[in-house]
Design a protein around this ligand. Structure first.
Ligand code: GLU
Length: 418
């Protein structure tokens, strides 16, 4: 794990476990671990004030046995190639587990998007797309939003790509609805978190109507997960941003608190300014709360060796990518804490990305209702497959999810041959 929760490595153990269970031959293990292609390229940018800043663009394409590479673009000052290698691999397992006809990829730029003007971001994103134009495309590699990128960046990618490829909305997903984005894509990841949390809570005998939930992170994923879980009757008792958290024993009026936070931030304030209404807690304290369900929805590596023994939740739902380190995973398992792995818990985003890609290719936009129903069906199918596998093979949820995902990739490789 690097600084600021930027994961540098995926957990070898998760994959190793699946390899053992599936008795995968050593050379195939190597093939499944190593990325197909790793790219890093210079992205110089002339700033609004006339100075030059040098950034790097990255794209790691991990596996395409089951379809074109698929995965988000992350803009964050601390990313590097290793970081994207780890995240691209996760996308391979995620698309496979959800049975989407895609492989796995991830990329981005090592910039802080909050320090760039809209014009600067547009130039940088379009330059990134031009450099990548030979390697992306509706049947090659389809980027999407991730941390630090929004539908606006996807619109700029569509524009830059379409200059050479003709109007190609299916080259990128998570676009604004006006440019062929799927209705419901924006809330899809958080909605998916709520759907699988409800399914797992039921299986674990945690009645959602009485359950207490703590959510770390109120970005797009955390905020929508909070809204949808509250709609399902759960009691959201803690929410946080990167600075600190808010706590209330009786549970938030989620919409009300999110509006208060948004207003406070618009006025240049911080979450801690709401101390007259809520109790202020640290992010560390939030993770260690005695709640039924804990949802890390921010950055990677927040549950680590240092705090794993202090986690009290019965169910941890990985809304972020890789929020639990390899060692912490073992500690939580030993404490009989159930974990819904990221490749299932936050797969709602890429699933609706797939539905967007389908709609773009059909030149036919579905209603939000139809898209979210299809999402719910697909997540429920994936959950049922995982749950069945846990029972059949005496595995935990993560082991079962990896088992299914890796088995499908192996099958595709065998069928295609070399
Ligand atoms: N960035 C999201 C993820 O990590 C979505 C990727 C996509 O839609 O392609 O799953």
């Amino acid at each position: 794990m690097g600084s600021n929760g930027m994961p540098r490595k995926s957990c070898e153990q998760f994959l190793e476990n699946a390899f053992e269970l599936l008795a995968v031959a050593p050379e195939k293990r190597q093939l499944l671990r190593s990325p197909y292609r790793e790219l890093r390229f210079e992205l110089p940018l002339k700033r609004d004030d006339g100075s030059i800043s040098l950034y790097y663009g990255y794209r790691v394409q991990h596996n395409q046995s089951r379809g074109p590479f698929k995965g988000g673009l992350r803009y964050h000052k601390d990313v590097d190639l290793e970081h994207f290698v780890a995240l691209a691999e996760i996308m391979t397992w995620k698309t496979s587990l959800l049975d989407l006809p895609f492989g796995g990829a991830k990329g981005g730029i090592n910039c802080n998007p909050h320090e760039l003007s809209s014009d600067e971001l547009e130039t940088l994103t379009k330059r990134y797309t031009q450099r990548m134009a030979m390697l992306i495309g509706p049947d090659q590699d389809i980027p999407a939003p991730d941390m630090g990128t929004r539908p606006q960046e996807m619109a700029w990618i569509l524009d830059a790509y379409s200059h050479h490829g003709g109007f190609s909305p299916a080259v990128v997903t998570g676009k604004p609805v006006e440019l062929g984005g799927a209705k419901g894509r924006n809330e899809a990841t958080g909605y998916g978190v709520a759907i699988v949390t409800a399914l797992a809570a039921e299986a674990e005998d945690i009645p959602l109507e009485e359950a207490t939930v703590a959510i770390q992170g109120i970005g797009n994923v955390g905020a929508y997960a909070a809204r949808f879980l509250a709609e399902k009757g759960a009691k959201i008792v803690a929410l946080s941003d990167s600075h600190c958290g808010l706590y209330t024993e009786q549970g938030f009026d989620v919409e009300g608190v999110l509006q208060k936070v948004a207003r406070c931030k618009e006025e240049g304030g911080q979450l801690s300014d709401l101390n007259d209404v809520f109790e202020i807690i640290s992010n560390e304290e939030l993770l260690e709360l005695d709640v039924d369900i804990l949802i890390p929805a921010a950055i990677g590596g927040v549950i680590c060796e240092g705090n794993a023994e202090k986690i009290k939740a019965r169910l941890v739902v990985e809304a972020a990518n890789m929020p639990i380190t390899c060692k912490a995973d073992t500690v939580l398992n030993n404490q009989s804490i159930k974990i819904l792995p990221d490749i299932l818990a936050n797969a709602g985003g890429v699933t609706v990305s797939y539905l967007e890609w389908v709609q773009n290719r059909q030149r036919f936009q579905w209603s939000r209702k139809r898209t979210l129903e299809e999402l719910e069906n697909r997540l429920t199918d994936a959950w049922e497959a995982v749950e069945q596998k846990t029972r059949e093979e005496q595995l935990n949820y993560r082991q079962a999810a990896y088992f299914i995902a890796v088995e499908r990739i192996l099958k595709a490789i065998d069928l295609r041959g070399f």
